[in-house]
Design a binder for this molecule. Structure first.
Ligand code: MG
Length: 172
């Protein structure tokens, strides 16, 4: 069933809720990261202090990180300047290529990897196709075009499915 296939493993309110404790308790030791609308809005060229501190907390806990972005090299390089992690721009998510290269670069078994992003049809799908865990966050600031609106509309039944599934688990 498509809804089940594309349903993220976790859906959190934002990247700041993805803490080292949260990740390590799920045996996630490497995190592949989308940038746009996951960590920062499109128009923010550089990471904020909060983002930098968040990265530091992950690294302090021994969690590896890499960027896997569909955006172009310039955007990703500029954002990554102060962070300095492995970065894979033009990753073509939901295709496997970029995500696969990122996992290989981090040298972590797939079972200990997760991908985090704001889009079901790119980030979650890419993670599913490669068989790693998926963390969805709501978009920080959506573009107001018809394409984005349509995409979000298509995501809705999958999110509903996620909420239903979580409720069932907590009822048990
Ligand atoms: Mg994004």
């Amino acid at each position: 069933m498509l809804r089940r296939y594309l349903c993220p493993d976790e859906y959190l309110e934002g990247f700041r809720f993805v803490t080292p404790d949260f990740l390590l308790s799920r045996n996630i030791r490497a995190l592949l990261l989308d940038i746009d609308n996951t960590l920062a809005p499109y128009e923010l060229p550089e990471p904020t202090e909060e983002i930098l501190a968040w990265f530091q907390s992950l690294w302090d806990a021994g969690i590896k990180t890499a960027f896997v972005s569909n955006n172009h090299k310039q955007r990703v390089s500029r954002f990554n300047e102060k962070i300095g992690i492995a970065a894979f721009p033009r990753a073509k998510k939901p295709l496997r290529c970029g995500t696969k290269r990122a996992i290989a670069a981090l040298g972590v078994p797939k079972e200990e990897c997760a991908i985090m992003g704001d889009q079901i049809f790119t980030d979650v799908w890419a993670g599913r196709r490669i068989g790693i865990r998926t963390i969805l966050v709501p978009p920080i600031r959506d573009r107001r075009d018809i394409f984005t609106a349509g995409k979000r509309l298509l995501e809705r039944p999958i999110l509903k499915y996620y909420i239903k599934k979580k409720e069932e688990v907590s009822d048990d």
